[in-house]
Design a protein around this ligand. Structure first.
Ligand SMILES: Cc1cc2nc3c(=O)[nH]c(=O)nc-3n(C[C@H](O)[C@H](O)[C@H](O)COP(=O)(O)OP(=O)(O)OC[C@H]3O[C@@H](n4cnc5c(N)ncnc54)[C@H](O)[C@@H]3O)c2cc1C
Length: 423
């Protein structure tokens, strides 16, 4: 995006004669785009920049930093560009946008054709080893050749899925040029527990549950679908919370995970509703109730009418066991302390302990170049003039939903436009 917009603006503005070279260590462009969204590429999210910022970026400093870029080149600008290049798109009911063809490489290809049309020089299998600033110019040493440039844009991505080429070279280069790097950590990654969940739960999913991570007196929660896997947890809630879990593990050594099956109710409200239910349905077995009880029933509608999935039947025996109840206990024989114990388990069903979150398996990595060292209006380094930084190598990480590609493209657009002014 940086190279394309710089080339286009350069061609439009008479008097700017600059040559733009894109250096890519892989043999082709957009390796990560091609595997994104399970090969379908969730290229952006429908919505205004304000909505994108609010839904896609949970940390306020990151929102503030990305604001200019997302307003400068919004998701509708990106869609217009893709449509103009023949990539039709579809919006899913949840707002995620994909190419209609269902083929991620159509997005990578659209950019490649655009770059060729704009006469950007593409150098493949060309890994940048170092960038130095001498005598007012950048000297770029690569595995193929040495180049000089008036301005450099570093867009080397994060450090996860390193087999795709993202091994953190850009962070090493930026550090040598004077930048501060926040140690990369996992985000949007599956979470593995020290003890794997029981095999019978692998593949079971909890719809719209609360996932809670706690360590050192801190408790962080996320709402969403949660999938039990053979090594731990995945699904939107786990992926979204993985960044916080990784940070808790870094700060406190480990984190405990819990599921809140009634995130709409505080303990007192849940106790009240369980009591009312027990009074009306004394002969009903508690486990039967759990089998038909929706996850996250709304407070107003009561237990049964909520539009969510029910607690999975496979999970029910584990709830009963953790609450130390007899498997066939009925509401009428349930003592007050037993009800309290059930309530505790429903609000904090133990999922296990996590020691670390696998950095390489995250869809993105958090950490990177400190945002305070980059001007958000231009993406120019505040440390070294004429150096521009964009995309995932910066210290932000978006949520699942097309936000990360959009942020990379928007920051890339901003960097490209402003780098051109330095030529
Ligand atoms: C499995 C997976 C699925 C994903 N799905 C989605 C999705 O559906 N939607 C979404 O929004 N986001 C998704 N993401 C995240 C998204 O792909 C990235 O956030 C985004 O690609 C970051 O863009 P970038 O330009 O900063 O870096 P990248 O796309 O990673 O590009 C960086 C490029 O720099 C090259 N490079 C690195 N070092 C050097 C060097 N020394 N010399 C030369 N070249 C170098 C790399 O080879 C790479 O091609 C997914 C990520 C993964 C891993």
């Amino acid at each position: 995006m940086s190279a394309a917009i710089a080339a286009r603006r350069g061609a439009e503005a008479s008097g700017i004669a600059c040559s733009i070279t894109l250096l890519e260590r892989n043999q082709r462009l957009g390796t990560k785009i091609r595997i994104s969204g399970g090969g379908k590429c969730n290229v952006t999210h429908q919505g205004t920049p304000a909505e994108m910022l609010e839904q896609g970026f949970l940390r306020l400093n990151e929102r503030r930093f990305l604001r200019n870029a997302l307003y400068g080149f919004s998701s509708s600008d990106l869609l217009e560009l893709l449509h103009s290049r023949g990539v039709e798109t579809e919006v899913r009911p949840d707002g995620k946008v994909f190419p209609l063809s269902g083929d991620a490489s159509s997005v990578a290809l659209a950019f490649e054709e655009l770059l060729k049309e704009l006469s950007v020089q593409l150098l493949f299998s060309c890994r940048v080893r170092s960038v130095e600033r001498k005598d007012g110019l950048f000297h770029i040493t690569t595995t193929a050749e040495t180049l000089t440039a008036d301005a450099v844009i570093l867009a080397t991505g994060g450090v996860s899925y390193s087999a795709t080429g993202t091994t953190g070279d850009g962070l090493v280069i930026a550090r040598k040029l004077g930048h501060t790097i926040k140690e990369p950590s996992a985000a949007l990654a599956p979470v593995f527990t020290l003890k794997a969940p029981p095999a019978s739960l692998s593949g079971v999913s909890l719809r719209s549950a609360g996932l809670v991570a706690s360590a050192g007196g801190k408790c962080i929660e996320r709402r969403g679908d949660l999938l039990f896997t053979h090594r731990g947890f995945s699904g939107p809630a786990a992926l979204s919370l993985s960044r916080d879990i990784a940070e808790l593990c870094r700060d406190f050594g480990s984190a405990s995970l819990f599921a809140d099956l009634f995130p709409e109710h505080n303990p007192a409200e849940l106790d009240h509703q369980l009591l009312q239910h027990a009074r009306k349905h004394g002969a009903q077995m508690v486990r039967k109730f759990l089998q038909i009880c929706p996850i996250a029933p709304s407070l107003k509608k009561g237990f049964i009418e909520a539009p969510y999935g029910t607690i999975p039947t496979a999970l029910v025996p584990f709830i009963i066991r953790h609450a130390l109840l007899e498997i066939d206990i009925t509401w009428s024989t349930l003592q007050k302390e037993q009800r309290q114990s059930l309530l505790t388990v429903l609000k904090r069903f133990p999922l296990g302990t996590v020691r670390n979150v696998p950095l390489d398996q995250g869809e993105v990595s958090a950490g990177g170049i400190l945002l305070g060292e980059v001007n958000p209006k231009t993406m120019q380094s505040r440390v070294l003039p004429n150096l521009f930084l964009c995309g995932e190598l910066l210290d932000y990480a978006g949520e699942i939903g097309g936000y990360n590609l959009q942020a990379a493209i928007s920051t890339g657009w901003t960097a490209g436009i402003n780098a051109l002014k330095k030529c």
